[in-house]
Design a protein around this ligand. Structure first.
Ligand code: AMP
Ligand code: ZN
Ligand code: FE
Ligand code: FE
Length: 282
């Protein structure tokens, strides 16, 4: 049983349609795959249809942009009700923030001598309500300014580079109970992969667990072996579900092939059970 609980399609910043991601997952020998586009459930319906056709099990999810103690944290929400009004309102704020950031990025790029229009970005971001830096990167590739997304981030889009602009994210401590109230299961994505490492201490994780946090993504390419083993220890102490995933983005991100990290069947069973309980508690 091969289970990959974190992938992206063109409903956010992956490079394949949701159906193509499902077919690629089947080709990669996966039995279960979660589609977890950034801040939207838009890809779920197409993915569900394709998953049924190719005979794999789809776990619908959303990777939500949140902030904790001033640091960006990605919160995976598995199996929430996509029509839950409070969840939709919160996601709407994030999507609005994504949209208003694009002109800010373009303005900064102009000041750095790189001229892109909103239409240039819109053209490569068709099909997503969650426009992001990867789409600006794709527009830079289309214009021949850079060779690929990685170069675009290094030269222009990472924090501290000339085209960086921040955007709105929702409060993590508010989003965790909101996901549970929507019948979902909250799991922190790549908790120690980026700048959030220094604020996501074991005692912070304990506080977040008390708010309803169910698990942490331990096996992720952004975590080295020492990081994984430290996080596994914390998960054991706190009773967290432990997941492993590719964070696949199609050709948009190298070294994130489908199934490069996987989740144990008993951990997925716990997620399903928690979703059942969350739904019963609504
Ligand atoms: P945003 O949410 O718009 O701020 O963009 C963040 C997204 O950019 C995340 O999904 C990352 O996977 C992606 N990303 C960050 N750095 C890189 C990189 N060097 N190459 C490709 N994608 C990246
Ligand atoms: Zn992404
Ligand atoms: Fe992420
Ligand atoms: Fe992701």
């Amino acid at each position: 049983m091969r289970i990959d609980l974190h992938t992206h399609s063109r409903a956010s910043d992956g490079t394949q349609s949701p159906a193509e991601v499902m077919r690629a997952a089947a080709d990669a020998g996966l039995d279960v795959v979660a589609l977890t586009d950034h801040d939207t459930s838009q890809g779920w319906a197409e993915a569900a249809e394709a998953a049924a056709e190719v005979g794999i099990d789809l776990v619908p999810g959303i990777e939500i942009s949140t902030v904790y103690e001033g640091r960006g944290v990605h919160l995976l929400a598995y199996l929430p009700d996509p029509a839950d009004p409070e969840l939709l309102t919160a996601l709407g704020r994030v999507l609005d923030g994504r949209n208003s950031r694009v002109p800010a990025i373009l303005q900064r790029l102009r000041e750095a001598g790189v001229h892109l229009t909103v239409d240039d970005v819109r053209r490569v971001a068709s099909g997503t309500p969650a426009t992001g830096r990867p789409h600006v990167a794709d527009a830079l590739v289309a214009l021949g300014v850079v060779a690929d997304r990685a170069e675009a981030f290094e030269r222009f889009l990472n924090p501290g580079r000339p085209g960086y602009a921040s955007r709105h994210a929702e409060s993590l401590i508010e989003m965790i109970p909101r996901v549970v109230a929507a019948g979902g299961v909250p799991v922190i994505a790549h908790p120690w992969g980026r700048s959030a490492r220094r604020v996501l201490t074991e005692s912070a994780f304990a506080d977040l667990r008390d708010l309803g946090l169910a698990g942490i993504e331990v096996d992720h390419e952004d975590h080295d072996p020492a990081t994984r083993s430290a996080l596994r220890g914390i998960a054991a102490n706190l009773g967290f579900v432990v997941t492993g995933s590719s964070d696949y983005h199609g050709t948009g991100k190298v070294d994130h092939d489908l199934g490069c990290n996987t989740t144990a069947p008993e951990e997925l069973a716990r997620i399903r059970e928690l979703a059942h309980l969350a739904r019963a508690g609504r």
